[in-house]
Design a protein around this ligand. Structure first.
Ligand code: BGC
Length: 347
């Protein structure tokens, strides 16, 4: 396959941002920029071969620099929310950036989404690789130890975008990395005419600040039961769970079935046939239906409410304060490695 590189802008320190595009032999392509290690576009055909860009994004670097919805970005060191912007670990208190009321959201002000990443490309037989490197300094955002992160995006003739996240740290630190792409398989309008399934028997309920209460609930008889495909518009119209009503849509952490790399969710657009199957080795999926989006996006399109849906593979949010959730501490010297795959098809 072949990777093309085009200039995307120069940041305030004079560093070059490029857009790296991996195109496969079916005409599908994935573009990544080394600002925020962000997915800038994913182009996929419909049943008639018509190609559309199926992720929200921006045409310019300025768009990404002013991106308040984390569109397309790699999120770290810790995605999702941390209650009270602090945590205790081995007798010490760590104070983090409070950037969402009193809480930390998506790594805080110094999050990975706003960083300059070093890129390396590798072209292969039937599969290309764009690797993004970031060195997060000790104390950045309040997190301990320096952390080296590698995000390997690879795209192949099998129409699969694989993302491998790797990290090592000089001190024990919390880590929870994800990608914050918003998908819209019609390439325009809203995702209300999409169908979604998530293989999760339970979800985490949250308080008014969207912090998990620590309680785990069955999806049965709630709008969160997506074990069979559900039309998103129907869920939005009829969902009467109090949290869902307050949030005006999905903004929920699902506890996924199974372990190891497995298929956990499917998003399908019946009109075009475009479909994404999400595979991951992670235990949780944050689904956010984009109800509060309000951004000026690619090609002059306004990304408004429900313009895209984020399917964020991760560990449970606020795990630092919930002893019953799996630990997100990466021990100094250990290697963090997680994998997520978005498989595209026309069905
Ligand atoms: C969160 C939402 C938040 C959005 C944009 C999502 O990952 O779950 O609560 O509004 O990111 O910041």
């Amino acid at each position: 396959m072949a990777i093309t590189i085009r200039p995307f802008g120069i940041d305030s320190l004079g560093r070059r941002i490029n857009c790296y595009t991996m195109e496969n032999r079916h005409g599908y392509s994935v573009s990544i920029i080394n600002y925020g290690a962000s997915i800038q576009s994913i182009k996929v055909p419909d049943r008639c071969g018509k190609i559309e860009d199926v992720v929200l994004g921006f045409d310019t670097l300025e768009g990404y620099q002013n991106n308040t919805a984390y569109i397309g970005a790699t999120i770290g060191r810790v995605c999702n929310r941390i209650d009270g912007a602090s945590y205790d670990y081995e007798g010490k208190r760590y104070t983090l950036d409070a950037n969402d009321g009193l809480n930390t959201l998506h790594g805080g002000r110094e999050g990975f989404h706003g960083k300059f990443w070093i890129a390396q490309t590798t072209e292969g037989e039937g599969r290309d690789f764009v690797t993004m490197y970031l060195n997060s300094h000790a104390g950045e955002g309040g997190f301990p130890g320096s952390m080296r992160t590698q995000v390997v995006f690879s795209f192949g003739d099998d129409n699969r975008l694989e993302i491998n996240y790797l990290a090592t740290a000089s001190e024990d630190t919390p880590v929870n990395l994800t990608n914050h792409s918003y998908f819209n398989l019609s390439g325009k309008g809203t995702i209300k005419d999409h169908v979604l399934s998530v293989d999760a028997p339970t979800f985490l309920d949250v308080n008014e600040e969207n912090i998990p209460l620590g309680t785990v609930h069955t999806v049965e008889n709630t709008v969160y039961d997506l074990r069979s495909p559900v039309l998103i518009e129907k869920a939005i119209k009829t969902g009467n769970h109090p949290t869902f009503k307050r949030q005006k849509g999905f903004d929920v952490s699902f506890r996924l079935s199974g372990k190891g790399l497995r298929e956990v969710a499917m998003l399908h657009h019946p009109d075009s046939g475009r479909t994404i199957r999400v595979r991951t080795d992670q235990p949780a999926l944050q689904v956010y239906s984009g109800q509060f989006l309000n951004e000026q996006g690619k090609g002059g399109a306004h990304h408004g409410a429900y313009a895209g849906i984020a399917l964020e593979t991760q560990h449970e949010p606020d795990a630092l304060h919930q002893p019953s959730f799996r630990s997100i501490i990466l021990k100094a010297g250990d290697t963090y490695h997680t994998q997520t795959c978005y498989a595209f098809s026309v069905e």
